[in-house]
Design a protein around this ligand. Structure first.
Ligand SMILES: [Zn+2]
Length: 163
């Protein structure tokens, strides 16, 4: 019998060193995330549900009004009633009857002419009534009656009077 050759392997079996598993670098290509704009507070339109800015009054998507329009402090419009009455009464009462084209004559001059030269028609000529003056001249003042009537009428005329 052969001696058992118990070959004892003195050297422990070198544990086979497996190549270390390569670190599987998961090349995760990051999803191209678009750099988001600074986040603005948003709200949802109550008409179309679209995200709109918090300050939006009119939805840019559907155009509906989503917020109450800020009115002026005074809700009621200021109605300024400007009733300025500009009626001006221009009532010029003219007491003196003015006849256009009439010439003023002095009452006292006419009276003196009538008294002293009435029979010659002096006051008629003074008043510019040449025809009547000539008539008075040839009739002695209508035989005095015309002069008398003219003298009385002259007394009640204003000074100056207009003929
Ligand atoms: Zn909308």
């Amino acid at each position: 019998m052969d001696t058992e050759r118990n070959t004892v392997n003195e050297f422990p079996e070198t544990t086979e060193v497996f190549p270390p598993a390569e670190p599987t670098v998961a090349a995760e290509t990051p999803a191209p995330t678009i750099p988001a704009a600074p986040v603005q507070p948003t709200k949802f339109c109550k008409h179309c549900g679209q995200k709109i800015a918090i300050a939006a009054v009119i939805c840019p998507n559907c155009g509906c009004q989503v917020e109450e329009i800020q009115r002026a402090p005074a809700d009621q419009p200021n109605i300024i009633i400007n009733n300025s009455n500009q009626n001006v009464n221009t009532n010029t009462v003219t007491n003196t009857v003015y006849v256009p084209g009439a010439k003023p004559k002095n009452k006292w001059v006419a009276l003196l002419l009538c008294f002293f030269l009435g029979f010659l028609g002096g006051h008629k000529f003074y008043e510019g009534k040449v025809g009547m003056g000539i008539l008075y001249l040839f009739t002695m003042g209508l035989l005095g009656f015309g002069v008398l009537v003219d003298f009385i009428r002259l007394l009640f005329k204003p000074n100056p009077y207009y003929v």
